[in-house]
Design a protein around this ligand. Structure first.
Ligand SMILES: *Cc1c(COP(=O)(O)O)cnc(C)c1O
Length: 376
């Protein structure tokens, strides 16, 4: 069994994907081709965000947003302690300080109460200038944007939505990647909407930031490519990747999202009595980048992961280490007292196979193995 079965997806969508790739090969418009702008327009229409700027990957997308805001040394950005490394890395790469903030145990997303405390602490200490909150839509569920937006407004902070795992999620019908002042996503193959290599995008309604991001994305270009008005980067989405994404996008909207939600319901039905299952808040919809359960402690988690593995079922630990204890961040002074939930989660979480092509017999098999393991 595969953790995320991209082969089955390719089998289902082969005709459309092959045709899209062939068209790019015939047109040879490999860089900034027609399909790139077509994809950007589609994503803009779908999320209701005015500007969608594709780029080389989800990490660059975060960097481009921070560059557009001029975030750098002496600035602080609040980042969840429980996330993929890139969320904190992009902040540090700009020379700013990531302030790692704890998450909620049930949703895995930023805890607004702890965020508020962290923001007040940084303002009180006056060591850095708090500039932005980087909220992550972890495992497919949007962060709590009502509460986070109130905190951002109260303290004059910008809000960056890291929707790398969140694309396809919703809060009361409003789509993920539309909540931040700037939002970003990733098209890494295993993300909810993935291409066949690296890819990413930036979303914003702000015309001035969009113009800056378009410039930073291509060597800080001015009026044309050889007029360079700022130091930027080379971060474009390949036309071949745009073709793959366009071919997958119809399936993503028309049935894949519904399918992963049905699978999550099925898991919940079969597992809720023997392990802690993920919580989706009222009115929220997840795109289920991961289906992450919790065990009581590290020993149980490792034992279940091993048991599943010995029966051919892959389970992954996202994430085994809090951001604050990554070696790369050891130079930053950290107040660990309030990061207890993340520390615990890193020991207790286990993500199960989850993708739109998972069959019911496989879900039943996984659930039976877990119940067998629990009843031993
Ligand atoms: C995957 C991911 C990224 C980075 O995306 P890449 O396309 O791999 O660079 C950033 N943040 C989160 C939360 C992610 O899961």
């Amino acid at each position: 069994m595969e953790f995320r079965d991209l082969k089955r997806q390719y089998q289902a969508l082969q005709t459309e994907i092959d045709a899209g790739i062939q068209e790019v090969l015939r047109n040879t418009d490999f860089i900034s081709g027609k399909k790139v702008s077509e994809l950007e327009e589609k994503l803009a229409a779908d999320t209701g965000v005015r500007h969608v700027i594709s780029c080389a990957n989800g990490t660059d997308a975060l960097s481009l947003a921070l560059m557009a805001w001029g975030i750098g040394p002496k600035d602080a950005v609040f980042v969840p302690d429980f996330t993929f490394f890139a969320s904190g890395e992009a902040v540090a790469l700009q020379g700013a300080t990531p302030i790692f903030t704890d998450v909620r145990e049930d949703t895995y997303n930023l805890d607004p109460d702890k965020l508020k405390i962290a923001v007040e602490n940084v303002f009180r200490e006056k060591k850095w200038t708090p500039r932005a909150i980087l909220a992550v839509d972890l495992f497919g569920q949007p962060a709590e944007y009502d509460a986070i937006r109130r905190i951002a407004d109260e303290y004059g902070l910008l809000l960056l939505e890291d929707g790398a795992q969140g694309f396809g999620g919703q809060i009361h019908g409003k789509k993920a990647c539309s909540f931040g002042d700037i939002a970003t996503t990733s098209f890494f193959p295993a993300k909810p909407l993935g291409c066949y290599g690296d890819g990413g995008a930036v979303f914003t309604n702000n015309d001035a930031w969009a113009e800056l991001i378009r410039s930073y994305r291509i060597h800080g270009k001015g009026r044309y490519k050889y007029d360079n008005v700022r130091v930027g980067m080379n971060s474009r989405l390949d036309t071949l990747q745009a073709a793959v994404l366009l071919a997958k996008y119809n399936a993503f909207c028309s049935y894949e999202l519904e399918q992963v939600n049905r699978i999550a319901d099925r898991y919940a039905q079969l597992l809720s009595e023997c392990v802690k299952i993920p919580v989706i808040l009222e009115g929220y919809r997840s795109s289920w980048a991961q289906y992450t359960i919790q065990l009581r402690n590290e020993q149980e988690r490792n034992s279940l992961q091993q048991y599943l593995k010995s029966h051919g079922v892959p389970g992954m630990v996202y994430y085994p280490k809090p951001m604050h204890s990554q070696k790369a961040f050891e130079a930053y002074e950290m107040d660990e007292t309030d990061l207890t939930v993340t520390k615990q989660l890193c020991k207790k979480v286990l993500s199960l196979p989850m993708h739109p092509y998972l069959e019911d017999s496989e879900i039943v098999q996984i659930a039976e193995l877990i119940r067998e393991w629990a009843g031993r």
